[in-house]
Design a protein around this ligand. Structure first.
Ligand SMILES: [Zn+2]
Length: 182
């Protein structure tokens, strides 16, 4: 009887030991952690294809909100702490027909990805939902921004607290891109 108990204990121990590594090394679904961006926070993520990333949905759920942009009849996803500034910029645009005409396309707000969709580059501010691209086709990265986008920044986005990619230097110039400082 005593021997039998010992055998059972031994078998159980062996079983547990063989299972333990599976628990210890269970893959973290979001093994990477972003830098922190002040009030916009940081998140866990994993790499995806084409320079995209996949963010831990628990972060997105508590930080990313939908907002209807005044004037352009479009709903976009944005960080909850950038929402008021974005609404302010688009309220200015809505109230100035000449400005509203300058907004031809909206080309992305919350897009979890690396800069330039290049996995070797840092994470884009779009990952945090604190940037918006406007008139992308006429304002590709690295080229001279259009006067339309310069005017949009000066009259609507700058007063709302945004920085403009048109002011970035050299090949980083990004005239389509407006972002909240962090
Ligand atoms: Zn951008």
């Amino acid at each position: 009887m005593k021997l039998k108990v010992k055998s059972v204990v031994l078998i159980l121990t062996m079983l547990l030991c063989s299972l333990a590594p599976a628990f210890a090394y269970a893959a973290d679904p979001y093994p990477k952690t972003s830098p922190t961006h002040g009030k916009f926070g940081q998140f866990k993520y994993k790499e995806a294809s084409g320079g995209r990333i996949e963010i831990d949905p628990s972060w997105s759920k508590s930080n990313i909100v939908s907002v209807s942009l005044p004037g352009v009849n479009k709903t976009v996803s944005i960080h909850k702490n950038a929402k008021d500034a974005l609404v302010k910029a688009f309220t200015t645009i809505k109230n100035d027909p000449a400005l509203l005409k300058k907004v031809k396309t909206l080309d992305g707000t919350w897009v979890p990805r690396h800069i330039s969709w290049d996995a070797s580059k840092p994470l884009s501010e779009h990952s945090w939902g604190i940037a918006i691209d406007i008139n992308a086709s006429a304002n590709p990265q690295g080229s001279k921004p259009t006067s339309d986008n310069k005017t949009l920044w000066e009259k609507a986005f700058k007063p709302a607290g945004f920085n403009w990619g048109g002011n970035f230097s050299g090949s980083d110039v990004d005239g389509m891109h407006f972002e909240m400082p962090y």
